[in-house]
Write a protein that binds this ligand. Structure first.
Ligand code: PBE
Length: 270
């Protein structure tokens, strides 16, 4: 590259997000597996703090190394970001966001189960809500309602064959990221059209999996699989039912501004 020792410039530190995130666990694995990252630090704080650090670095054209993922609006706001190649495949390949139900939900609440099972949309749909909320300052819930109004064909497909109910309670566990706030929000709106009374509780990833596994909640639409949340899923897999992807084409990894002249995690000097 141009000779800059990026590793030294970032003080051998990756700017991470919340300590409880799947991507945090995976990045700790990456630091163990890549010899050139031995002794590096993953600094955890929050997604908001990571985005602020990224914004500052980009405005000063300074090097920064962050944990990043799609779908997320940072790639729209900062078009010059790139993923570093991950030759060891620590961050996995094709990643999806799955819906998980507690065991027995189909018998207990068959119409809720059917709707949850039929819920699926595309990366572009989720991004539309995240970008619009970010641009306008309107809440995810407000933008999600507009999205539902504008995308009747998709929403009607989720509702197909689902009978109306009279206030059946459904509890969904979710995570605090915009991606899952968007999916939980459209799901809640769609379910309430059929007469369900839906509560969405955003908690840590570990708590999401525990809650569905123990049957404390009915379901979650926030499971990043097969890689990001693999360790969490493994612990509860016998007590949950995997309803498959509600979104295909998610991704996580190490992200840097494209003015950094490196392409791979292995290009980082030890
Ligand atoms: N994320 C966004 C989460 C899931 C959704 C990739 C930051 C994580 O657990 O890492």
């Amino acid at each position: 590259n141009d000779g800059t020792n990026y590793s030294e410039a970032v003080d051998y530190t990756i700017t991470g997000i919340e300590p409880g995130a799947g991507i945090t666990v995976t990045t700790e694995k990456a630091i163990e597996e890549y010899e050139n990252l031995s002794g590096w630090t993953l600094e955890t704080s929050s997604t908001a703090a990571m985005v602020t650090a990224l914004e500052e670095a980009i405005s000063n054209e300074e090097p920064i190394i962050v944990t990043g993922w799609n779908p997320h609006w940072k790639f729209a706001k900062f078009p010059d970001l790139k993923y570093l190649d991950d030759p060891k495949g620590i961050y996995g390949e094709a990643e999806n966001i799955n819906t998980l139900a507690k065991n027995g939900l189909q018998d207990e609440k068959p119409n809720a189960y059917k709707l949850l099972d039929q819920f699926e949309w595309d990366v572009e749909d989720m991004e539309e809500i995240m970008y619009e909320s970010q641009d306008t300052g309107d809440s995810i819930d407000e933008v999600a309602q507009r999205w539902v109004d504008d995308n009747r064909d998709k929403v009607d497909a989720w509702l197909e064959g689902v009978e109306d109910v009279d206030g059946v309670e459904v509890e969904l566990a979710s995570t605090p990221w915009d991606s899952e706030r968007a999916s939980s929000s459209v799901l809640k709106i769609a379910m309430e059209e059929k007469g369900f009374n839906v509560t969405v509780t955003p908690v840590d990833v570990a708590a999401v999996f525990q809650a569905v596994g123990s049957g404390d909640v009915d379901a979650t639409a926030a499971a990043w699989l097969p890689f990001t949340h693999a360790d969490f899923y493994e612990k509860v897999k016998d007590s949950v039912e995997d309803l498959g992807p509600n979104l295909e084409g998610a991704k996580i990894g190490i992200v840097v501004p494209s003015y950094m002249d490196i392409d791979s995690i292995e290009d980082l000097k030890p």
